[in-house]
Design a protein around this ligand. Structure first.
Ligand SMILES: Cc1cc2nc3c(=O)[nH]c(=O)nc-3n(C[C@H](O)[C@H](O)[C@H](O)COP(=O)(O)OP(=O)(O)OC[C@H]3O[C@@H](n4cnc5c(N)ncnc54)[C@H](O)[C@@H]3O)c2cc1C
Length: 486
C-alpha cells in the first residue's frame, strides 16, 4: 500500500510533533510553515520552553533528564505532580469548564509524550530559574511546573526541526496555506494562493487568531485590537477559517484568551531577540496600580502561574490600558530575569512621592494615597515566604492582597510600566478525544485533524502555565499518528 500523504499546516511545536509522529507511522509528510525561515517556529519559538507534566518523583524526572548529576538531584527537592494535581489545576483555573475528554488526554498523556520526545532526542532541564527557590540549602520546586526544553522555545524548535528533517519530513517555509477543499480521495491545499497540492489527510496546527486585530476585536471585544501580541504575527486564524469552510464546528471560550502584563513600550508583535523578556511576572511580590494610582487586582491571589494569564485582560480594561508594578528593596532580589533586560520600562526613586511623579501616565496623588492605605493594611504578624502561599495578606482594602504582602517602605523603589500582551486565543476548532475535527453534527471530518492553539475547549478564563507546549505535543503526537493511519 502506498504511504499516506499527510500535510501538516503550521511550523510550531504542535506541527512538528505531528510531523514526527506521522513520519514514524510511515506517512509521506510535508510541513507548511507560513513564516519565512528567519521567523519560523510560531509562538512556540517565543516561549521559555516551560512544560507542565505529571511526574511521580525524582526518578521520572531523571528519565527525562539523564544528564542530571547525583549532586544536582541531592540538592533539589523536585516533589511530584500527580494526575489529580494537574486535573485540579486545570479544573480550578478554568472554572471547571475545561472539556473533560480533552483534559483527560492532556493530563494522562503528558508524561508519556515527554518520554516520547526524549526518546526522539529532545533534551529537557529542570526549570530552576523560574520555578524554584532555595530553602534551607536546597532548591525547592513550586507550582507544579518543573521541566523546560533545553534552549527554551528556540532550542525546542531547533531540536524538533532537526529530528523531523532527519526522519525525512519535507519542510516548506514561507508557504501559507490559503485554501483547503475536500474531495472523495482527500484534500487539496492551496499554497500562497497559487499552487494546489493533493493530500490524503491534513493536520491543522496553525495557531489561533491572536495576531489578527480584526478578529480580536470581533470575538474578544472592544479594545482588544489595541493589545500587543507577544509572539508571532502569523497566527491570524487561517486554519479555523479554512476548517469552518469545510463545515467544521467550533467550541471553547471565544471571548477569552491568555494575556499577560507586557512591557508598556514593547513592539506590536513579538521580537525574537527579546523572546518572552517583555513579560513582567513578579507582581505577586509588589503592588500593581493603574493610571489613577489605584490597585485593581489581587497581586497575591495565587502563585504567579495561576494568575498571570488572566491579568493581562485586567490591565487592558484599565484607563489608557496601562499599569505600573511597584517593588521595594526587600523583594527586588526576587524579581525574575525579565526585569533586568535592556528594553525595560523602569523608573526608580528614593521616595514614594518621587516615584509617583516618575511613573508616566499615573496620578501621583492617587498613588501616594494607595500606598499609604496599603502599608497600613499589611498583616506582618505572618512571616513572608515566597515558596508557599504564605497567607501574609492585607485586610480592609477595597482590593485586598491575599499572599506575600509586604509594606512598601524600603527605598529605593522600583516601578515597571506594563500593558496587555496577548499570548493566544482560547476559542477554536472542535475536536474529539482522538483529535479529529468534527462537523456541526458531531461527526468526524474524515482525514482532518487539529492540534495546538487552534483547538478550542481546553481553556476558559485562565490557563495553568506550561500547558500550551504540553497540549501541542500531546495533541500533535496523536494527530500525526491518526493522520498517518486513517
Ligand atoms: C512569549 C510567549 C511565551 C510563552 N511561554 C510558554 C511557556 O513557557 N510554556 C508553554 O507551555 N507555553 C508558552 N506559551 C504558549 C505557547 O507558545 C503555545 O501554547 C504553543 O507554542 C502553541 O503551539 P502551536 O504549535 O499550536 O502554535 P504556534 O507555535 O504558534 O505555531 C503556529 C504555526 O502556524 C503557522 N501558520 C499560521 N497560519 C498558517 C497558514 N495559513 N499556513 C501555514 N502555516 C501557518 C505559524 O507561522 C506558526 O509557525 C508562550 C507563548 C508566548 C507568545
Amino acid at each position: 500500500m502506498p504511504a499516506r500523504r499527510v500535510a501538516i499546516v503550521g511550523g510550531g511545536n504542535a506541527a512538528f510533533c505531528a510531523a514526527i509522529s506521522a513520519r514514524e507511522h510511515g506517512a509521506d509528510v510535508e510541513l507548511f510553515e507560513r513564516a519565512p525561515y528567519e521567523l519560523r517556529g510560531g509562538n512556540s519559538r517565543f516561549t521559555a520552553g516551560a512544560i507542565r507534566t505529571t511526574y511521580d518523583g525524582v526518578e521520572q524526572i531523571r528519565e527525562l533528564m539523564p544528564d542530571l548529576t547525583d549532586e544536582e538531584i541531592e540538592q533539589t527537592e523536585f516533589g511530584q505532580y500527580s494526575e489529580a494535581d494537574f486535573f485540579d489545576d486545570l479544573g480550578r483555573v478554568t472554572q471547571y469548564r475545561t472539556d473533560p475528554d480533552l483534559a483527560d488526554l492532556l493530563v494522562k498523556q503528558s508524561y508519556p509524550t515527554l518520554r516520547w520526545l526524549r526518546h526522539n532526542g529532545v533534551r529537557f532541564l529542570p526549570l530552576y530559574g523560574r520555578q524554584s527557590f532555595e530553602v534551607d540549602g536546597k532548591r525547592r520546586f513550586w507550582g507544579g511546573l518543573t521541566v523546560e526544553a533545553w534552549g527554551g522555545g528556540q532550542g525546542l524548535i531547533d531540536q524538533l526541526t532537526a529530528i523531523a528533517t532527519k526522519l525525512g519530513v519535507t519542510i516548506h517555509y514561507a508557504s501559507r496555506i490559503t485554501h483547503m477543499t475536500r474531495g472523495d480521495s482527500g484534500f487539496t491545499l492551496t499554497i500562497n494562493a497559487k499552487e494546489h497540492r493533493p493530500f490524503d489527510s491534513v493536520v491543522l496546527a496553525c495557531g489561533g487568531f491572536e495576531s489578527s486585530a480584526e478578529m480580536r476585536a470581533r470575538y474578544l471585544g472592544p479594545n482588544w485590537d489595541l493589545a500587543k501580541v507577544r509572539g508571532t504575527k502569523f497566527n491570524t486564524g487561517d486554519g479555523i477559517r479554512m476548517a469552518q469552510e469545510l463545515g467544521a464546528a467550533t467550541t471553547g471560550h471565544w471571548s477569552g484568551c491568555h494575556a499577560v502584563a507586557w512591557d508598556l513600550n514593547a513592539p506590536m508583535f513579538g521580537d525574537l531577540t527579546v523572546g518572552d523578556g517583555f513579560q513582567k511576572h513578579s507582581y505577586p511580590f509588589g503592588i500593581v496600580v493603574n493610571a489613577q494610582g489605584e490597585r485593581f487586582l489581587d497581586e497575591g491571589a495565587d502563585f504567579r502561574n495561576y494568575t498571570y494569564a488572566k491579568y493581562g485582560s485586567e490591565i487592558l480594561m484599565q484607563p489608557n490600558h496601562l499599569a505600573w508594578q511597584v517593588f521595594d528593596q526587600k523583594v527586588t532580589q526576587l524579581l525574575r530575569d525579565e526585569y533586568r533586560i535592556r528594553e525595560v520600562t523602569k523608573v526608580t526613586a528614593g521616595s514614594i512621592e518621587e516615584l509617583g511623579e516618575r511613573m508616566d501616565g499615573v496620578d501621583a496623588t492617587g498613588f501616594e494615597r494607595t500606598v499609604r492605605a496599603y502599608n497600613l493594611a499589611v498583616d506582618d504578624t505572618i512571616p513572608f515566604n515566597p515558596t508557599v502561599k504564605d497567607g501574609r495578606c492585607t485586610t480592609g482594602l477595597v482590593v485586598d492582597k491575599s499572599n506575600w504582602a509586604n509594606r512598601l517602605d524600603s527605598p529605593p523603589y522600583e516601578a515597571y510600566g506594563v500593558t496587555c500582551g496577548i499570548t493566544f486565543t482560547f476559542g477554536g476548532l472542535e475536536v474529539d478525544a482522538e483529535t479529529s475535527v468534527v462537523d456541526e453534527q458531531g461527526e468526524q471530518i474524515k482525514g482532518l485533524y487539529a492540534a495546538g492553539e487552534i483547538v478550542g475547549g481546553l481553556y476558559y478564563h485562565n490557563y495553568p502555565g506550561g500547558s500550551g507546549l504540553m497540549a501541542g505535543a500531546v495533541f500533535g503526537c496523536l494527530a500525526g499518528r491518526r493522520a498517518a493511519m486513517s
